[in-house]
Write a protein that binds this ligand. Structure first.
Ligand code: DSN
Length: 427
């Protein structure tokens, strides 16, 4: 039975969400739109199969074809990023990072990562996260200008001697200097984890330097700038032992340690429909057109940043070099929460975000975070960014004026109608 016949409530909700995605401007920088081919693989019968283990070493029968799919995803990722080993089974970014910690650390060991409220991530050692409760977490922040503070990182490393340093961000608009992070890690003999979740698509397009050959281990989600399904990958150089034997915590054993951390460490059966969709997304990322896509994400972000700065908006670090920007709304007499709400009613989806040295609270912070990956997937360019910048300004100024916000929403709809998303799709 078709979904629309069997469960109208769910089908209708999906149709409403489809309309929301089609009619609005999706500017949360960690979101994107997968291609119809990725969507098809994600909704495929591969979800029916259990396959705990790895290709050629499964705990279940009937895995021959799933092995082919997983090997395809792994091989494409290896080619795309130029690494020896890729694990494609982590359910998502948090699980990928937890697996790396489980692989390299014992409970109580010291790790160091960027504080979430300065642009880092929960799994980089936030005290209320697994990474901050089961390990002794030391958090670095930023310079007063919002830039990665390598001097502070080096000083904290010297003082606390972390076994693992995590570098990577969810709200950092500038290029990350992996080499400087490597120097800090080497100064105390720490492992270096590069969390490239936000920027892996830009690494593929050459718009951000790659940490391959610098970091000991690299994680990425697959659904952000990489434009795949929800999922994650863990990459390292070297090859895992086969069969996966217990291994000492040494750099050369990272592929083995990571594979063992995923299963039997923290996960069971891989999500094979997700692996199939990752394989398709990686084929797309290997196409020459993906490089153009990455370049355009950055051109669009820069165009939007210029527009907003020109209208007096205060951007953390003064602008952007990548796919996102964090806008401090303090000088516009509003907060991140109010700004997010006003923009949502105007058909523009963003998320409230803390700014470095945040004086407010994470639930009602000073800023909003905006990004261009999803709009770029729809085909929008600098001209549209200029118009969108003007609408953002109007919506922020309108605050609670429903009529003004509704008028912007209508204009937004006229624009999004020109950039169709999933034509013909209906649940
Ligand atoms: N939730 C992701 C983001 O929005 O950046 C990070 O996990």
């Amino acid at each position: 039975m078709l979904l629309s016949e069997y469960d109208k409530i769910t089908a209708n909700a999906l149709n409403e969400e489809l309309a929301r995605q089609q009619e609005g401007l999706e500017m949360i920088p960690s979101e994107n739109f997968v291609s119809p081919a990725v969507l098809e693989a994600l909704g495929s019968i591969a979800t029916n199969k259990y396959s705990e283990g790895y290709p050629g070493m499964r705990y279940y029968g009937g895995c021959e074809i799933i092995d082919r799919i997983e090997n395809l995803a792994r091989d494409r990722a290896k080619e795309l990023f130029g690494v020896d080993h890729v694990n494609v089974q982590a359910a998502s970014g948090c699980a990928a990072n937890i697996a790396v910690m489980f692989a390299l650390l014992e409970p109580g060991d010291t790790l160091m990562g960027m504080n979430l409220f300065y642009g880092g991530h929960m799994t980089h050692g936030l005290k209320v996260n697994f990474s901050g409760r089961y390990y002794n977490s030391v958090q670095y922040t930023s310079t007063k200008d919002g830039l990665l503070d390598f001097q502070q990182m080096a000083d904290l490393a010297e003082e606390h001697k972390p076994k693992l340093i995590i570098v990577g961000a969810t709200a950092y608009p500038r290029i990350i200097d992996w080499q400087k992070a490597r120097e800090v890690a080497d100064s105390v003999g720490a492992f270096l984890l590069a969390d490239t979740s936000h920027i892996s698509g830009l690494i593929v397009s050459g718009d951000h330097p790659s940490p391959v050959g610098i970091a000991d281990v690299i994680t990425t989600t697959t659904h952000k700038t990489l434009r795949g399904p929800r999922g994650a990958m863990i990459m390292a150089n070297g090859n895992p032992s086969r069969p996966l034997k217990p291994a000492k915590v040494l750099k050369e054993n990272i592929p083995t340690l990571v594979d063992r951390a995923i299963i039997p460490g923290i996960q069971g059966g891989p999500h094979n429909h997700q692996t199939a969709a990752i394989a398709v997304a990686l084929k797309e990322a290997l196409e020459p057109g993906f490089k153009e896509y990455g370049h355009q994400i950055v051109l669009n972000a820069k165009a939007l940043a210029t527009e907003l700065t020109g209208m007096g908006y205060d951007l953390v670090t003064g602008g952007t070099d990548n796919h996102l920007m964090v806008v401090d709304l303090t000088n516009k007499n509003t907060s991140g929460k109010q700004g997010e709400w006003a923009l949502e009613r105007a058909g523009i989806t963003v998320n409230k975000n803390t700014v470095p040295f945040e004086p407010r609270t994470p639930y009602d912070p000073s800023g909003i975070r905006l990004g261009t990956p999803a709009l770029t997937t729809r085909g929008m360019k600098e001209e549209e960014m200029k118009q969108i910048g003007a609408w953002i300004n109007e919506a922020i100024k309108a605050q609670d004026n429903d009529e003004a916000l509704e008028a912007i929403r209508k204009e937004v709809k006229l624009l999004t109608d020109r950039f169709p998303l999933y034509p013909g799709l209906k649940y």
